[in-house]
Design a protein around this ligand. Sequence first.
Ligand SMILES: NC(=O)c1ccc[n+]([C@@H]2O[C@H](COP(=O)([O-])OP(=O)(O)OC[C@H]3O[C@@H](n4cnc5c(N)ncnc54)[C@H](OP(=O)(O)O)[C@@H]3O)[C@@H](O)[C@H]2O)c1
Length: 279
Amino acid sequence: MASSLEGVAVVTGGNKGVGLAIVRGLCKQFKGHVLLTARNEENGKSAVELLKTEGLNPIYEQLDILSNESIDKFKSRIEKNYGGIDILVNNAGIAYKRASTSPLIEKAHVTLQTNLFATLAVTNTLLPHMRNGSHICMVSSMTSKLKNVSQDKDHPVRQRLIDPSLTEEGVLSLMREYLIAVDNNDYSIWPKDSPYSLSKVAITAVTRAIGRKLANDPRGIIINACCPGYVDTDMTSHRGVLTPDQGAVTPLMMCFIPSKGSNGEFYMEEKMYDWLNSD
Ligand SMILES: NC(=O)c1ccc[n+]([C@@H]2O[C@H](COP(=O)([O-])OP(=O)(O)OC[C@H]3O[C@@H](n4cnc5c(N)ncnc54)[C@H](OP(=O)(O)O)[C@@H]3O)[C@@H](O)[C@H]2O)c1
């Protein structure tokens, strides 16, 4: 069992792609236990073995972000074996391939469920265990830019997303409205066929809302969202131009932002991006 005084970093979807590269980077940069979590035990353990051949020493932990039972068991192991978390990287995510012939209703529900609702279930379950001065990195995407909702800056959905009083629940209810619209084949105010972009718009917006909420939390927890860039992984069918290690650079930066640094912001290419005002 680990001493509760030792640092603990957690990465979701750590078995491959950007997540595996973030685990690698944390093993090199973070003094403490690095938990490589994955939903599939075999894939998670092989990823740990791969990193061991590089002289690194992550620990495998099972975590399927779509399973409340898996999240609860993971939380119990954190309480019992580690005592708390210093870094949480919400990296796990999915994207249907462009060529996918799945119905849009399925794509929208499954994508939002994983990339938004499950990601927040993990965050909120683990939040009570985040230690003083800890960091949360939300792996979002450049597709979270507001122009992907609408080019019109006065568009009602854009207006709700940039509302400075928008709460986490407000973002979730907006995205539930989107899912109802998809169920009803009603695209009067929603873009068609871009559930992945909308899931990431919601992640960037919800990061802002959580950042505002955490400003009143005495633990000084810092949360920021980021885009890893266009990375050569299974998700991009290996078309991305960055290596996974290059894609991990900005997410890793989010794990070490100084305590008086940004909160609730969105970063790309290692720089803060003015998500509210840019297109
Ligand atoms: N690659 C890019 O260019 C790019 C650009 C912008 C943003 N991103 C974001 O970066 C993150 C990582 O993407 P990637 O390119 O590395 O994708 P990837 O190679 O497809 O890896 C995705 C990871 O998420 C895991 N995952 C999916 N559903 C999960 C679940 N229910 N529970 C636990 N793990 C789950 C996958 O596990 P399995 O192996 O079990 O499926 C895998 O480990 C995603 O959030 C993605 O949206 C990527």
